[in-house]
Design a protein around this ligand. Structure first.
Ligand SMILES: [Zn+2]
Length: 352
């Protein structure tokens, strides 16, 4: 991989005056080179605050004792469905080390998504919830998922109980990842009761909402009945014309994603020997999985001739599949904390 020029780095210290101005990338120069067991490492210098730092400052690789390829391998194994203990055994490292790597990788994945995961002109969204198994009854919870069907982008997930509050917070995140909505988005869910008011509050007239009622027999869908809940027949027809994938409203694509998530996350395997003990662990694993699914893994149904794209390529976010090394070498921009203006928490009534 090509080494970035020092000028491409910003000073990583939040109290540095260079981070307040517009020309924050102009102050970093190379300071020194250090020969280590793993190769030559350069040290950078900020001319404004006169402090030195490593190019890996702010990334999960910062101050890591193990080689970067061990970190990448651990994350890749996790995304292929290995449990934390299995990864530790494969790589010959302690489980506490892998656990710390997962926390770092998940934090980085969230920063990456905040900066990069946006779908322009979304066509069709499918939302669903997945039941998750915990080690104890009280940590059993649900995983909300959202998929943009045309690009196959896994937009968001949320771990929690199926309450109005969680549904609202989840739909707000989904809405924030949809930009420049030119025509109403077709949103399809199952018959879960809170979606209607939450989608009405977050999307408003920007969506046509259809609820699909599936009837099952012997584990298979035998009858499917669609009900228009938001929008009118004309906007529904327009939204269906734009959608190339679904001839009739269905939840097939999100169910397929659910299967992928179950297979690629050890906490969500059926009868798993490694149930989650804290919901945050599951949320971290899903954040890493989503990063891998959207940006690294080529999607089988996005094959165009000899090219097989990732969902991020289909959405126009990247031009090629990225590697985990590229993503984890990215330095998140510094965001000085600013309290939102005129913000007050909206009371959410929960009737559970
Ligand atoms: Zn500085």
């Amino acid at each position: 991989m090509e080494r970035p020029h020092p000028r491409e780095f910003a000073c990583p210290f939040s109290d540095c005056p260079s981070n307040a101005g517009q020309d924050r990338r102009q102050h970093v120069v190379r300071h020194s080179r250090l020969r280590t067991r793993r190769g030559v490492r350069s040290r950078l210098f900020c001319r404004r605050c006169r402090r030195t730092f490593l190019p890996s400052h702010g990334t999960p690789y910062h101050r890591m004792q193990r080689p970067r390829r061990a970190f990448d391998a651990a994350i890749l194994h996790l995304c292929e469905g290995a449990s934390l203990a299995a990864v530790a055994r494969c790589l010959g490292v302690a489980t506490s080390t892998v656990s710390r790597w997962i926390e770092r990788a998940a934090r980085h994945a969230r920063a990456w998504e905040e900066e990069h995961l946006v779908v322009k002109n979304p066509v069709e969204l499918q939302l669903d919830e997945l039941h998750s198994y915990g080690a104890a009854r009280e940590v059993r919870s649900w995983v909300y998922n959202a998929l943009e069907v045309w690009t196959r982008l896994w937009l968001a997930s949320r771990v929690g109980t199926r309450t109005l509050r969680n549904t609202l917070l989840f739909s707000r995140v989904v809405r924030s990842r949809c930009r420049s909505v030119a025509a109403p988005i077709l949103v399809i869910t199952d018959e879960f009761k809170y979606y209607l008011q939450c989608l009405h509050r977050t999307f408003g007239p920007a969506c046509v909402y259809v609820q699909v009622h599936n009837r099952y027999a012997h584990g298979r869908i035998v009858r499917s009945h669609a009900k228009l809940k938001l929008g009118n027949a004309w906007t529904l027809e327009r939204a269906r014309e734009r959608s190339e994938d679904s001839k009739r409203p269905n939840t097939a694509y999100i169910e397929r994603l659910n299967l992928h998530i179950r297979r690629s996350c050890a906490y969500l395997h059926r009868r798993t020997p490694s149930p989650m003990r804290k919901p945050q662990r599951l949320a971290d694993a899903l954040d890493i999985n989503r990063l891998h699914y959207n940006f690294v893994r080529r999607h089988g149904s996005l094959r165009f001739g000899r090219e097989c794209r990732t969902p991020a390529m289909q959405a126009g976010i990247t031009s090629r599949p990225l590697t985990l090394r590229e993503i984890f070498s990215w330095v998140p921009p510094l965001r000085p904390y600013a309290p939102p203006v005129n913000w007050s928490p909206t009371p959410v009534q929960d009737d559970r």
